[in-house]
Design a protein around this ligand. Structure first.
Ligand code: BGC
Length: 350
């Protein structure tokens, strides 16, 4: 079978490699890969900035935003041949730390977790793959063309789960959310905000292309100015920061309503210095009981929540998030960003 592989930490080493077909072990599903989504982490891995091959191997199979169709399922599992399925990205650390021992591997405390397609385990970017039935999640059969949006949706399902848990420290009935960044993470965060009945605002740089309309069609308000104009006189109760742009990150923490929650989801490049008024940020956070927290990855609870959120989302809106579909042998095109890209997908069956 063919797989999209890289030598981690070696820039531009990505290639389509011929590999032996995977053999499912006890308790594993054998899956025909349909597609993978490409995200910033994949671009970083291909650029030689991130990623780890499995121990003893040179190359890593890329792909953590998976979608496939079950070919073989172990007897007695919840899966049958033909089911649409997504594989979970992270596996708990072997120690395990306390959160990993309780199924919250997304909160791993010692960093010894592994991740498919990123850290020490092969990803899902191959024509066939296997996955433990316990780390696979079934998707509604109608999601075949958009199911690779599941993994990024889990990131937001976790963000919203933690926002709700943090909010419950005192009576909290949020009305307004501002999302910074209208990429896939921002737009899926906006979708989940709408599903929670909130007044949703999204801030991004662009004034044309698909993003403004995607926000409007969700029933949200699109802003393309600076943070101050997006916030106006009515401060949000929640901000989900999905750009990783330093200035916006610091602006975001100062722009919530009292008791506000800012969730940071963007991974920024390092080494860029910024001048900030640390005293006024501290003052604002303390005097308003504000919370700023970071959020990465997702556990099975979030995969299930994301599967439900996608099942009830408008299919044609989800379809419009996938702005390019590229066959595996032309994967290079998928790795080169184009101005109107939202989510770019590599098709594995072609
Ligand atoms: C993935 C997460 C992962 C993180 C760090 C992100 O792109 O969506 O699942 O934990 O990268 O490796």
């Amino acid at each position: 079978m063919r797989a999209l592989t890289v030598v981690p930490l070696k820039a531009n080493s990505a290639e389509v490699t011929e590999m032996p077909d995977p053999q499912p072990r006890d308790g594993e599903l054998l899956v025909d890969g349909i597609a993978i989504g490409v995200c910033g982490t994949d671009i970083e891995i291909v650029g030689g900035e991130y990623g780890w091959a499995p121990p003893g191997e040179e190359r890593l199979v890329l792909g953590h935003e998976s979608l496939g169709r079950v070919r073989e399922a172990p007897a007695g599992s919840d899966f049958s041949e033909g089911d649409l399925v997504v594989g979970v990205v992270r596996r708990p650390d072997p120690v395990p730390c306390l959160p990993c021992s309780r199924g919250e591997f997304d909160m791993c405390r010692n960093g010894r977790y592994t991740e498919r397609g990123i850290k020490e385990i092969h990803g899902y970017g191959s024509e066939k793959w296997t996955v433990e039935a316990d780390y696979a999640v079934k998707l509604d059969a109608s999601l075949e063309s958009v199911g690779m949006l599941m993994e990024p949706t889990t990131i937001l399902a976790k963000a919203w789960d933690h926002i709700t848990r943090i909010g419950s420290r005192s009576p909290f009935e949020p009305e307004r959310v501002l999302i910074t960044g209208a990429g896939p993470i921002g737009l899926l965060g906006a979708m989940l905000g709408k599903q929670r009945g909130l007044d949703v605002h999204v801030l991004d740089r662009v004034t044309d292309g698909p993003k403004p309309k995607l926000v409007e069609d969700l029933g949200g308000t699109y802003h393309s100015g600076d943070m101050a104009s997006a916030v106006g006189h009515c401060k949000p109760d929640i901000i989900i920061e999905a750009t990783g742009v330093g200035q916006l990150v610091f602006d975001a923490m100062q722009e919530t309503n009292a008791g506000g929650i800012t969730c940071l989801t963007g991974v920024s490049p390092t080494g860029r210095e910024l001048k900030v008024d640390a005293g006024s940020i501290n003052r604002e956070l303390v005097l308003e009981n504000d919370v700023v927290f970071g959020s990465v990855n997702a556990n099975l609870r979030h995969y299930k929540a994301a599967a439900e959120a996608l099942a009830k989302a408008d299919r044609s809106w989800l379809e419009r998030l996938v702005t390019r579909r590229v066959p595996l042998d032309r994967f290079q095109e998928a790795l080169e960003r184009q101005p109107d890209d939202v989510k770019v997908v590599i098709e594995l069956g072609s």
